[in-house]
Unconditional design. Sequence first.
Length: 164
Amino acid sequence: MTTEVEPVTTDPKHLTDSEASAEARRLIAEAYRPEAPATPTSFRDDTPVPAYGTTPPVPQPDSRIVPQWAAGVAVASIGVGAGITGLGCGAWLILQGLASVTLTGVLAVTLPFAGIAAAATAIGSAFARIRRASTTNVYKGTVVQRTEVTATSRGFLSRAKAGR
């Protein structure tokens, strides 16, 4: 007696219920089967770390080399930032004091500047008087005064340059 084996087909139209169930089990098993990747993408060292004591040194090469000028710029920028922060805090304190502006407050703030301006004006006028009073020209001998004016104009649409 010969039993005829029906060929297995994967066409869903021609699967019986038992074949469909077997195919589903096969696909699920294949999908969840643990397989090692073709090329390893990471490495995990599962050796236990000692609970106490010295651990052996592990080489950790450092290839980051920072030029000295870059380190200097970094330090300078930190210093400038700290200085600007101090100036900002000082300006904030001054502006907080000027937030409630009154006439006496404005006069108190501007009075030193007005005093300095008045003193500078007085000193400047005193120097101007001293300079004006000391200019006396005394000539001995014959004095000859000549004035020559030469005007040259060169080029297209040029202006006359007197005295050059």
